[in-house]
Design a protein around this ligand. Structure first.
Ligand code: PGA
Length: 256
């Protein structure tokens, strides 16, 4: 049985009220293998809500097996960076993970591989586990560049952050064309890229990281994705905002 993870990326959704309902529903419906963890539970569950509900979420999750994560952090510890949140602040409020380099941040906020590497270093220093996102656009896939694009994202990340930081990180393969489109990669397409990421990490750094798949994962396709040998779980966007769907994905991970 491999170790699995299901992480929910809530993006810019939820108020204190809706987050409370969502968390109570998820915690109340967790399958026994997740709730009865005794150190060797094989499925980790993480939720990454917006900053404004992290405090509420930390409180609600205090006695649950679900871990909390941020969706981004600044690379400096503190300073005059209006509107930003540091890795330390995430740890302080109860986070143990942080999503970094999501394609929406690469696209909308021009985050480079080297900046993402600095953020990951700050995250690890603060005691967080980075979930580092990589993935190709539709045009890049159609041009046959997927392996190169993902390979470059990884190599530049490690050049900036070091292999020790990679060893402390989780990779999320998220093809940009599959995010929020309802058009997930097929299990075979995802497995091919996951295997390539694992091979690169093994050959270049002697590491075999946990690799999550992200992009339109839902209650119907999770199981077939999780059956792939190099898919260690999912980073879930839209479907993590529904108690029913998120629990179904967790159950698929527990059963795989
Ligand atoms: P999606 O988002 O599941 O809604 O496609 C995934 C992500 O952006 O992490």
């Amino acid at each position: 049985m491999k170790r699995m993870m299901v992480a929910g990326n809530w993006k810019m959704f939820s108020t204190v009220n809706s987050a409370t309902q969502l968390i109570e529903g998820i915690v109340g419906g967790l399958p026994a293998p997740v709730t009865e963890r005794n150190g060797d539970s094989q499925t980790d569950v993480v939720i990454c809500p917006p900053y404004t509900v992290l405090g509420t979420a930390a409180h609600l999750l205090a006695n649950s097996p679900i871990a909390l994560g941020g969706q981004n952090c600044h690379h400096e510890q503190e300073g005059a960076f209006t509107g930003e949140v540091s890795a330390q602040m995430l740890t302080d409020i109860g986070c143990s993970y942080v999503i970094l380099g999501h394609s929406e941040r690469r696209r909308d906020y021009h985050e480079s591989n080297s900046l993402i590497a600095l953020k990951a270093l700050a995250a690890v220093t603060a005691g967080l586990t980075p979930i580092v996102c990589v993935g190709e656009s539709l045009e890049q896939r159609e041009r046959g560049e997927t392996a190169d694009v993902v390979g470059t994202q990884l190599t530049e990340f490690v050049r900036g952050a070091g292999s020790g930081c990679l060893a402390a990180s989780i990779i999320a393969y998220e093809p940009v064309w599959a995010i929020g489109t309802g058009k997930a990669a097929t299990p075979e397409q995802a497995q091919e890229v996951h295997a390539d990421i694992r091979r690169r990490c093994e050959e270049q750094y002697g590491l075999s990281p946990m690799i999550l798949y992200g992009g339109s994962v839902n209650a119907n396709n999770a199981q077939s994705l999780f059956q792939q040998v190099d898919i260690d779980g999912a980073l879930v966007g839209g479907a993590s905002l529904s108690v029913e769907s998120f629990l179904a994905i967790i159950k698929a991970a527990v059963g795989s």
